[in-house]
Design a protein around this ligand. Structure first.
Ligand code: C2E
Ligand code: MG
Ligand code: MG
Length: 530
């Protein structure tokens, strides 16, 4: 992915990382406040139902007591007894005695006018008492009363008591019979709620209000409060939650910044490239200098980024070596090489491919069984895979020696790469069972010049000869260099004079062309070591 895109995406993620936790904290504090408010409203509604049931209970007891009176109806003693009942109960305002559908007397005396027994009951409570939601009393001209009727007696209660609670100003309350007929309200609740009380859910909200309902066998109550009111509650919740949200937001932003930095860092990008197998291999032909025949190639890794850009190995190999990614890259090069060149290697046993090993590969020796697995069932011979190790790989000479010996035992040829540029001990050179020595390009560059290093080149060639190693000269760019090397008995060379590193198909074409024109090279390039 391009850097600019990563930066844009990371910024968006960071912004989201900052906003989302705050929104989540806000939402959480909102829903906590809503739940708290609905619980408060539910308690109020329960309380109203309790009051209505208490009134029903008191009225029922009074009605049944009156029903058992044995004094003559509507005589002074009867009226006094009724009045005593009213005075001794809190909920009852009045009690009337009916005969043949007409009100004969009440706890206050005789009715001022003829009153028939109406209206009809809304329902019967389980104890047989009828409930009449709204009845207008004969004496006081006040608000409608809720009446309870049993046989000849009717009791009036003031339903205002049902909703007689101390509540915050915005809180509204309504009590209805179980059939939804409104009995009493406090603070004029929203008609859109009270009209459909019978089928309201337990809690909910409408445009402006939150509500909670409560119901039992006789009554339904709803308590409502404006949603706005909970914003003040939220101040407290926010005080607790927002710092948490801000902390999470900060952590998220930090995480996004860290991840994008990691992604944008060279090492981060390289690790992702290893995971995504973004490496490809080019092959630089190895030429027998005397004849010009192509005898093999060196596999050289390239990092092809998703945008097509190619990264040179000297820009990422050191980073991979320092951070433990190199062995994975070596494996990818090996597998790509086998896949791409398998058929030409099988068709022509005199062809070999050299793989560059890093110090870690040489130290662990892990690469050898990996090669064995990669070659299994391909028909490619171990002898066709050369290994190149730089002098850096020989720092731990004991393990390098073990790996090289095992490699040769398996049939690989081993070359020392970039000879002359690093830490070399001639003694090690003598001791290690190597097949070839690759003279670094910097020495070949000086051929034909009169620089100080130019005088070293013949000595390096002599050292290789005296160690009986095959010699490969790297980076031959001019014919004059090739001529010089041939004259000095250097057998093999690589360089732009012959070819740059080529993609597999182009290398195969180059190789086939060389073979057609000049024939195949020697079958094996391998030193006999006693
Ligand atoms: P090296 O193994 O010494 O590879 C030879 C380098 O010299 C290659 O560079 C090659 O393209 C370049 N070269 C060859 N002929 C000429 C020439 O005539 N003129 C010039 N100017 N350059 C020439 P490249 O491919 O950039 O590789 C650089 C180094 O990266 C390699 O040096 C090797 O040390 C390392 N490398 C490349 N591929 C791998 C790999 O698969 N594994 C490991 N561990 N290292 C690798
Ligand atoms: Mg090399
Ligand atoms: Mg080299």
């Amino acid at each position: 992915m391009e850097r600019s895109r990563i930066v844009v995406i990371a910024s968006i993620l960071a912004a989201l990382g900052a906003i989302l936790p705050m929104l989540a904290a806000y939402y959480l504090s909102w829903s906590i406040a809503v739940r708290g408010e609905q619980a408060r409203l539910a308690r109020l509604a329960d309380y109203a139902i309790m009051r209505a049931d208490a009134a029903l209970g008191e009225a029922s007891r009074a009605l049944k007591t009156a029903d058992r009176f044995d004094m003559p109806p509507c005589m002074a003693t009867h009226i006094a007894a009724l009045r005593s009942l009213v005075v001794n109960t809190t909920a009852i305002e009045d009690i009337g005695y009916f005969e043949n559908g007409l009100l004969r007397c009440t706890s206050w005396g005789y009715p001022p006018r003829r009153l028939t027994r109406s209206p009809p009951a809304d329902f019967f409570a389980s104890n047989g008492v009828e409930v009449i939601p709204r009845m207008y009393p004969t004496i006081s001209t006040g608000a409608p009363m809720t009446a309870f009727r049993y046989r000849s007696y009717t009791v009036l209660t003031n339903p205002v008591r049902f909703v007689d609670v101390i509540a915050e100003p915005g809180t509204r309350l309504a009590v209805a019979t179980k059939n939804g007929v409104l009995v009493s309200t406090l603070n004029d609740p929203d008609p859109s709620l009270t009209e459909r009380l019978a089928d309201l859910p337990k809690t909910g909200s409408n445009a402006d209000d939150l509500f909670a309902t409560s119901r039992d066998a006789n009554w339904i109550a709803v308590a409502t409060a404006p949603s706005i009111a909970i914003l003040s509650d939220m101040d407290r919740e926010r005080l607790l939650l927002l710092p948490g949200g801000a902390l999470v937001a900060a952590l998220m932003v930090g995480l996004v910044v860290w991840l994008s930095r990691r992604r944008l860092s060279p090492l981060g990008e390289l690790s992702i490239a290893v995971q995504r197998r973004e490496f490809i291999v080019h092959y630089q032909p190895l030429i027998e200098l005397k004849t010009g025949i192509c005898v093999g190639a060196e596999a050289l890794v390239r990092w092809r980024r998703p945008d097509g850009q190619m990264v040179r190995p000297d820009l990422f190999i050191p980073l991979a070596e320092e951070n433990g990614l190199i062995e994975e890259i070596t494996d990818q090069v090996l597998y790509a090489t086998v896949a791409e060149l398998k058929s030409v290697l099988v068709a022509d046993r005199s062809l070999h491919i050299a793989i560059n090993l890093a110090a870690d590969d040489l130290k662990s020796g892990r690469i050898l069984p990996v090669i064995e697995t990669a070659l299994r069932n391909t028909g490619v011979l171990t002898e066709q895979i050369w290994l190149e190790a730089t002098e850096r790989g020989f720092m731990d000479v004991k393990s390098a020696r073990a790996t090289i010996e095992e490699a040769r035992r398996r049939g690989h040829s081993v070359a020392i790469d970039d000879f002359g540029t690093g830490y070399s001990s001639l003694q090690y050179l003598q001791e290690l069972p190597l097949d070839a020595l690759k003279i670094d390009k910097s020495f070949i560059d000086t051929v034909g010049t009169d620089s100080a290093t130019s005088s070293i080149t013949p000595h390096i060639i002599d050292i290789a000869k005296s160690l009986d190693l095959y010699i490969v000269a790297e980076g031959i760019e001019r014919q004059e260099q090739a001529d010089y090397l041939i004259e000095r008995g250097v057998q093999y060379g690589q360089g732009w004079l012959f070819s740059k590193a080529l993609p597999a198909a182009e290398f195969i074409a180059f190789y086939n062309d060389s073979k057609r024109r000049l024939g195949a090279g020697p079958a094996v390039i391998r030193r006999e070591i006693a």
